[in-house]
Design a protein around this ligand. Structure first.
Ligand SMILES: Nc1nc2c(ncn2[C@@H]2O[C@H](COP(=O)(O)OP(=O)(O)OP(=O)(O)O)[C@@H](O)[C@H]2O)c(=O)[nH]1
Ligand SMILES: [Mg+2]
Length: 297
């Protein structure tokens, strides 16, 4: 039997729906999704395995035109690296997003070199409600000008429009190759990583402004028995004032965070969870390369 395999990398500006698309293609919530930009901080693999093919999708951080601090610079390195080893690039944008491309021509030129390059116009479900059809044509024309040789496909990652079609196109473009990862693997990431990400997702939903961007989560302990998983995680913030905000008066917010995170982790692992959270300060960690390294960046 012929087996096909390849790396498919999802690239695009922040908040256009890259993580939603990867989850939809893989069929599991591997990447966290929020309505705020710069949610994804790492390159995260999601693997689709069938008997005759294996597709390794990469979700990546959104392209930041001018990275402001070391963490953002590292995030953009992940995007560059993912461009290097790709068989297929899915460049995802959203309906109505125009005049964005001339600013990051490095990516433009890089992407133009790739033979298998598909432009996806996401959030098609908004058509008819917020947007009319002329905006779709305008968006298609805009990308057609930039990538005249590439296929352009309107999709909705959220509402599953054209996702099966996209999957068929991708599997048709794969080369013959044995699986790169053991059959049955869903991701390259550890259980602890998913715990950290689920907690971070809940932080985005509870706290405003800078807080979600100032936190890093490290799971210090993850022990599973036949009844439940016991998890001990630390939340690092940049300043003591942020620690107080995170906890809230009489622990109001941290209790809410534990509750939401516990539910999210239980849903992910299909198991009961006991979760303990501890808030710690790691001064200005986002701007310190050594601290970033210690946090796995
Ligand atoms: N209406 C609509 N909303 C979508 C669609 N896909 C994603 N979204 C929403 O867009 C927002 C951002 O989605 P993400 O998947 O986190 O976007 P991202 O590109 O991974 O964002 P970053 O990781 O921050 O770069 C969320 O609120 C999603 O629910 C879609 O097809 N239609
Ligand atoms: Mg994302």
């Amino acid at each position: 039997m012929i087996h096909k395999s390849g790396f498919v990398n999802i690239i695009g500006l922040p908040n256009v729906g890259k993580s939603t698309l990867m989850n939809s293609l893989v069929g599991k919530n591997i990447s966290i999704i929020t309505n705020k930009p710069q949610t994804t901080r790492h390159r995260i693999l999601g693997i689709v395995d069938k008997t005759n093919f294996q597709i390794i999708f990469s979700d990546t951080p959104g392209l930041i035109i001018k990275p402001a601090y070391p963490m953002q610079k590292i995030m953009m390195k992940y995007v560059e690296k993912s461009l290097d080893g790709s068989d297929i690039i899915l460049f995802i944008t959203e309906i109505g997003k125009l005049n964005v491309f001339n600013k990051y021509s490095f990516f433009l030129n890089y992407m133009k070199k790739n033979k298998n390059f598909i432009v996806l116009i996401n959030k098609m479900d908004r058509l008819g409600k917020e947007y009319d059809e002329s905006l779709l044509y305008k968006t298609i024309d805009y990308w057609n000008d930039i990538f005249p040789k590439s296929e352009i496909l309107p999709i909705s990652a959220l509402k599953n429009i054209n996702i099966d079609l996209l999957m068929n196109k991708i599997s048709g473009l794969l080369d013959e190759h044995p699986p790169f990862y053991p059959k049955g693997w869903l991701s390259n990431r550890s259980e602890r990583f998913f715990v950290n990400e689920i907690i971070r997702e809940k932080i985005f939903s509870i706290y405003k402004k800078e807080i979600p961007y100032s936190v890093e989560i490290i799971t210090d302990d993850f022990k599973e028995n036949h009844i439940c998983i016991c998890i001990y995680s630390s939340i690092y913030v940049e300043r003591i004032s942020q620690k107080f905000i995170l906890i809230g008066s009489k622990g109001r917010y941290i209790k809410k965070l534990i509750n939401l995170s516990k539910k999210g982790i239980e849903f992910f692992f299909h198991k009961k969870v006991i979760l303990k959270l501890n808030v710690k300060v790691c001064k200005n960690w986002r701007s310190d390369y050594q601290k970033l390294k210690n946090f796995g960046y």
